[in-house]
Design a protein around this ligand. Structure first.
Ligand SMILES: Cc1cc2nc3c(=O)[nH]c(=O)nc-3n(C[C@H](O)[C@H](O)[C@H](O)COP(=O)(O)OP(=O)(O)OC[C@H]3O[C@@H](n4cnc5c(N)ncnc54)[C@H](O)[C@@H]3O)c2cc1C
Ligand code: FES
Length: 260
């Protein structure tokens, strides 16, 4: 899939909670085809510490109006600068990058599991799967109610289940404590997950126990994003691979030392 460098105009910057915001970007040119699970590299102007582009998942796409949405957590200098963007500002982006989640087939039932900002790539995925006639269930986990981001967007495409650590909404506990796992065998053909490594490892263990296909989206620190700097190497059954070009999505069984 050919990469493009596009100058987007910021048309919206919506605060979702104390640490997360959604940028709505519009291009004058038609957007290239993108696949759920792929990411973009965003150029952050204006400081020596933000020289390298920052990798951000494709949160949602509207091809008709050439709009791209990014859900971003403020972490350091780069994401703090992105949080300050105003409508009318420009943002230079390389896209689409990386591989994608394997496309499920019509009639299959899939579970999407997102923890914290890991829900970012799951909205675009839910939209595309739903359009293909796949039954989608999304399980979101967060610390508390205010960290559950835009649940109504995900529930458009199927059942939405929620867990919070403090029990302020949904079931209390982590995503692995949700009652769906109490069944003798949860009735999903596939699981796709994105979030902190400990969460994705725990979900992979459950997938392993119930013999369900499971793909994880890794958040390695990245510099170039195009396979040149080798800073995002991951050890797999196929050898050492770059998370930015061979991933970020991997079958959990491919990853060495992922689960015991
Ligand atoms: C494929 C991919 C998709 C991603 N999608 C999203 C997304 O949709 N939304 C979002 O908010 N973030 C996403 N991230 C993480 C995001 O790239 C980092 O949070 C961001 O680069 C931090 O930049 P910064 O300048 O704000 O912080 P820095 O000053 O560069 O770092 C601040 C802190 O964040 C840590 N950090 C830096 N880069 C990463 C990274 N790649 N992963 C995890 N921790 C990091 C640093 O170790 C440091 O502790 C994604 C990362 C990858 C690899
Ligand atoms: S980020 Fe440079 S090789 Fe992956």
């Amino acid at each position: 899939m050919k990469k493009q460098i596009i100058d987007f105009k910021v048309i919206g910057n919506k605060r979702v909670n104390a640490t997360h915001f959604i940028l709505t970007l519009q291009s004058e040119l038609p957007l290239p085809t993108m696949l759920p699970g792929q990411f973009v590299e965003v150029k952050v102007e204006g400081s020596p510490t933000t020289f390298l582009r920052r990798p951000i998942s494709i949160h949602d796409v509207d091809y008709k109006s050439n709009k791209l949405l990014l859900l971003i957590q403020e972490k350091g200098d780069g994401t703090r600068k992105l949080a300050d963007l105003k409508p009318g500002d420009n943002l230079n982006i390389v896209l689409p990058l990386g591989n994608s989640f394997t496309q499920a087939s019509e009639g299959e039932s899939v579970l999407l599991v997102g923890g914290g900002c890991g829900v970012a790539p799951l909205l675009f995925l839910a939209r595309e799967l739903h359009a293909k006639g796949v039954k989608v269930t999304t399980l979101m986990g967060a610390r508390s109610q205010d960290m559950i981001m835009e649940p109504e967007n995900y529930s458009q495409f199927g059942e939405l289940l929620i867990t919070t650590e403090d029990g302020s909404v949904g079931k209390k506990g982590f995503v692995i404590h949700h009652p769906i796992w109490w069944d003798t065998k949860p009735s999903f053909d596939r699981i796709y997950t994105c979030g902190p490594d400990p969460m994705m490892k725990a979900i992979s263990k459950l997938a392993d126990k119930y013999q369900i296909n499971c793909e994880v989206s890794l958040e390695q620190t990245m510099a170039c994003g195009v396979g040149a700097c080798l800073c995002c190497i991951v050890d797999t059954q196929r050898g050492h691979l770059c998370t930015c070009t061979d991933g970020p999505v991997f079958d959990y069984k491919e990853l060495k030392n992922w689960i015991d």
